[in-house]
Ligand binder design. Structure first.
Ligand code: AMP
Length: 421
């Protein structure tokens, strides 16, 4: 597929896409849009970053605009279910951008904020509703969202729905949808539960699979920084002092860890913000907004909060902690190679994380190079000022502290890594 003009979209959609600077459809757009315009069901195996939002949003807008009907109160013509509030907001924002001038009405429903404005928005009926499952079920229960006029249903990030424990809610919602409809299911991976769901939901569907995850990973310049756990804050500060790192997403394993990293960076006069589930919706949106516009150079996030963050210019991803699940590693570093861009991913690995690193390398089938040139490679544990002094009034390292460790978790005195087995 060479350009958008050949896709047979309405002129105003074409104009909106051109205004966004999109010249050629991404592979998933090229493969999905013609079938979706023909009303086919679709199974899309693709992760965020591939352009999948436009792949489903453009045909939906085209369909609803070509056949305008008045929505009755509380009715929706198209429902897009997605797992997180951030994704829901982003999809709705994209729909508003692509649908400018079509005179269609879209709205978004998610938890963590008061329901009143959402109920008000629904009262007139909407053409496109983007929602997370929990709040949608609540509003459905109270009769604020009804589906008799539904034509198109999109289940986005189905595997993540499963991971986050939303599958039951999703099934409850699906049970209320009219049987006659167009259905689209997107998932980055295909665990058995999702494959079964796809079989039960889709009729005569086409299957589109784009860029296996490993391929995306290959484009990213990855490195491992072996570092003692206590030196991680100093290493991060050291790396971030280089202003060439323009837009950096730092991942921590826990919400508490994310806050602690921000505290360290603030002390070092490096501007940063944290985004995680304990933050209010307003704080998350402010942090994300600041990051998107470049006001905040460093965003510190946990996996779930960062899922699907749509910021296209992230230059660096730093894994302050390695994730427990190798798939999360792929999702994390994929934030920096969106829409065909390259990026850099630096992963810190301390003694306790060597096993996690091995699991990741097995999963991505690639041994990530170790950067031995960084300032803390083989440096003894950092002793904080509050560390207890010994009898002579001096702070001391433990007897292994001047040793290095290698990826097998084995210590080596001279700082050389032993060859991996
Ligand atoms: P998505 O996978 O939908 O989250 O999209 C990832 C990023 O790619 C977003 O920032 C989109 O604005 C951008 N994008 C989507 N389609 C295109 C396209 N055809 N050309 C260039 N950028 C695109």
């Amino acid at each position: 597929m060479s350009d958008f003009a050949s896709l047979n979209l309405l002129p105003s959609i074409l104009a909106a896409v051109t205004k966004q600077g999109y010249t050629t459809p991404t592979p998933i757009q090229g493969q999905c849009i013609p079938h979706l315009l023909n009303g086919r069901d679709l199974l899309g195996i693709a992760q965020t970053g591939t352009g999948k939002t436009a792949a489903f949003a453009l045909p939906i807008l085209n369909r609803l605009a070509k056949n305008k009907i008045k929505t009755k109160p509380a009715r929706v013509r198209s429902l897009i279910l997605t797992p997180t509030r951030e994704l829901a907001s982003q999809i709705d924002a994209n729909i508003k951008t692509y649908g400018k001038g079509l005179n269609l009405f879209s709205t978004v429903i998610f938890g963590g904020v008061g329901p009143r404005p959402q109920i008000m928005a629904m009262s007139r009926g909407v053409d496109i509703l983007v929602a997370t499952p929990g709040r949608l079920l609540d509003l459905m229960g109270d009769g604020h969202v009804l589906f008799e006029q539904l034509e198109v249903f999109v289940l986005d990030e189905a595997d993540r729905m499963l991971d986050m424990g939303f599958l039951r809610d999703v099934k409850k919602i699906i049970a209320k949808l009219p049987k006659k409809r167009q259905t689209l299911l997107f998932s980055a991976t295909m665990p058995d539960d999702i494959a079964r769901l796809a079989t039960s939901l889709l009729k005569d569907s086409i299957r589109v699979e784009v860029t296996p995850e490993e391929k995306t990973v290959e484009k990213i310049d990855q490195k491992i920084n072996m570092v003692d756990r206590s030196n991680k804050p100093l290493l991060l500060k050291n790396i971030l002092e280089d202003q060439a790192l323009k837009s950096v997403l730092v991942f921590t394993r826990t919400k508490y860890g994310a806050d602690r990293v921000v505290k360290h960076l603030t002390r070092a006069s490096i501007d940063s913000a944290a985004i995680h589930g304990n933050k209010s919706q307003g704080a998350r949106e402010r942090a994300l907004g600041g990051f998107r516009t470049g006001k905040v150079r460093v965003l510190v996030a946990t996996d779930i909060a960062a899922r699907g963050i749509d910021v296209s210019d992230i230059t660096h991803v730093i894994n302050y902690d390695l994730p427990n699940d190798p798939k999360s590693y792929v999702h994390r570093i994929g934030r920096t190679a969106r829409a065909g861009r390259d990026g850099v991913a630096i992963s810190f690995c301390d003694q306790t994380e060597v096993k996690l690193l091995k699991d990741i390398e097995k999963f991505i089938r690639f041994q990530v190079p170790v950067d031995k040139t960084h300032a803390f490679h083989g440096v003894a544990p950092h002793i904080s000022k509050s560390a207890p002094a010994n009898r002579n009034g001096k702070r001391s390292f433990n007897k292994n502290s001047n040793r290095n460790f290698n990826r097998n978790g084995q210590k080596s005195k001279n700082g050389e890594r032993k060859k991996d087995s």
